[in-house]
Design a binder for this molecule. Structure first.
Ligand SMILES: Nc1ncnc2c1ncn2[C@@H]1O[C@H](COP(=O)(O)OP(=O)(O)OP(=O)(O)O)[C@@H](O)[C@H]1O
Ligand SMILES: [Mg+2]
Length: 238
């Protein structure tokens, strides 16, 4: 499987503070890859660095055949690299529909906005029912769906999800992950999923990476990592 995203020996951080050090990973076309690790391990920093919000200090990023190491964040979206931040970050005083429309802000997506709207409303019927409701009034699960739908409005090739299960009841978590799996199957998307919820994230992915102190500790097929005694002991409380 060829890679849609290649992170090669990446180092980055905040100001003088180094966080990621010599980190390499890749995501194949149509693949779901999970990155799991504890609080402060560097998961969000990784996503911010990939999509251009943080400067890459060393190493390189390749996306869809192009070098994107220095690509600014607003251009990353146009290339099809889209991040759904933790908690979704919807605009609470705007309606569901307005939030979705904002997802299609770049010219290519704008031209297809009506088709995309119809499509995401079909994928997430609850959003069609709530289209005129303020986003701030959505439940946690609905908010996460709306945030994923908003990302879909920008026609991504790679969707990067930061802790989509955070704060959701287990049954809603299952639903969100089901949704993500079906998007991958029907739309040919690739997904980079970042989670503290290690069990769920490793079950849903093809391959996973364990991140610790800004570096990769272990990688393998999701199934194998789930059965790994070290992973079970350190990250799953087993
Ligand atoms: N804006 C910032 N400025 C300075 N340091 C930061 C900033 N954001 C994060 N850090 C530091 O970078 C390190 C990695 O943080 P990061 O947010 O990437 O962790 P994480 O794996 O996403 O954790 P969590 O599971 O809690 O979301 C931490 O030590 C954190 O304190
Ligand atoms: Mg985080």
């Amino acid at each position: 499987m060829s890679a849609i995203l290649q992170v090669d020996k990446l180092s980055s951080g905040y100001g003088e503070l180094p966080v990621l050090d010599d980190l390499s990973l890749e995501v194949g076309h149509g693949e779901i890859v999970s990155v799991v690790g504890a609080n402060g391990a560097g998961k969000t920093t990784l996503l911010l660095s990939i999509c251009g919000h943080l400067k890459v200090r060393l190493g390189s990023l390749k996306f869809d055949g192009q070098d994107i190491t220095k690509l600014p964040a607003h251009e990353a979206t146009e290339h099809g690299l889209v991040m759904v931040p933790e908690g979704g970050r919807l605009f609470p005083f705007m309606t569901v529909l307005e939030n979705l429309e904002l997802g299609a802000y770049h010219p290519k997506a704008r031209g297809r906005m009506n088709e995309s709207l119809e499509e995401v409303m079909g994928l997430f019927p609850i959003l069609a029912d709530r289209r005129e409701q303020l986003a701030g009034r959505l439940s946690g699960g609905e908010r996460q769906m709306c945030a994923i739908a908003r990302a879909m409005m920008s026609m991504p090739k790679l969707l990067m999800l930061d802790e989509p299960s955070l704060g959701l009841a287990p049954i809603i978590v299952d639903k969100v992950f089901e949704m993500v799996t079906s998007l991958v199957k029907t739309k040919g998307l690739s997904v980079l999923l970042v989670e503290q919820n290690v069990g769920n994230a490793l079950r849903v992915c093809e391959r996973g990476y364990i991140i610790e102190h800004g570096g990769i500790l272990k990688t393998g097929r999701g199934k194998d990592l789930l059965n790994d005694p070290v992973v079970q002991r350190s990250y799953m409380g087993l």
